[in-house]
Design a protein around this ligand. Structure first.
Ligand code: SAM
Length: 213
């Protein structure tokens, strides 16, 4: 199911996804909007990028323990903190949307823009940060993405992990690489290569560690 990612060639941040992924994504979204909520959630849970996240990435991260910040919560992410805490860790959640609070980890959920996390928590508080599905879904410009990555780096300890997930039709490999390189080194996660794309999707995951020390 895993395929290694091949670096893109243009380095451009596209404002609208190119065909075929934009077309496929539009069809999938239309299909989900016609489904009952429960069927739509099941449909999303079956998508290869979600399976990869839930079955491989989150358990690998959770196995390392420590304090983890999961950014961006929706109804379908409610089971993720338990996976991230399975190895004895402590998961915190954050979303800028106040309506998302009910999907976070109770007392350990914060409503804030991820670009301001450095004002919410002291520096070097987290062992890992997970930012999946943010580029193009709130962090839409290169400068917003750069600010968010800089803020995540503040709250991560040196060597702490950053797991990024994004659609390559919304942010190219080269764009993500140039955004992360000043602050992070690429680092494999428990057997997963530094970059993976879920088969049949444009959803990439990148594994990084905060530079410094
Ligand atoms: C597409 S969903 C992704 C949810 C989840 N992270 C996942 O793995 O699927 C985007 C979520 O990120 C939140 N979000 C977008 N921009 C944000 C920002 N700048 N700061 C905090 N949360 C943000 C949105 O409110 C929404 O709940």
């Amino acid at each position: 199911m895993l395929v290694e990612h091949s670096p893109g060639t243009d380095g451009l941040q596209r404002l609208s996804p190119p065909w075929p992924f934009s077309f496929v994504a539009t069809l999938k979204a239309a299909r989900r909007s016609l489904m009952a909520k429960v069927d739509a959630a099941a449909d999303l849970a079956r998508s290869p990028d979600r399976v990869l996240l839930v079955d491989a990435i989150l358990p690998a991260l959770g196995g390392e323990g420590g304090r983890v910040l999961f950014v961006g919560v929706r109804a379908y992410t409610q089971g993720y903190p338990a996976i991230l805490e399975a190895g004895g860790g402590e998961c915190w959640t954050l979303d800028r949307d106040p309506r998302a609070e009910r999907y976070g980890v109770g007392e350990r959920h914060v409503t804030a823009d991820v670009r301001c996390v450095g004002e919410v928590w002291p520096a070097a508080r987290f062992n890992a940060v997970v930012g999946n599905g943010l580029f193009g879904f709130g962090l839409n410009t290169r400068s917003q993405q750069a600010d968010a990555l800089a803020a995540m780096a503040v709250v991560l300890r040196v060597g702490g992990r950053l797991v990024l997930g994004w659609n390559t039709s919304r942010a190219s490999e080269r764009a993500v690489e140039s955004l992360t390189t000043p602050l992070f080194d690429a680092r494999p996660l428990n057997g997963l290569p530094v970059r993976v794309v879920a088969a049949g999707t444009d959803h990439a995951y990148g594994f990084f560690a905060k530079r410094g020390g």
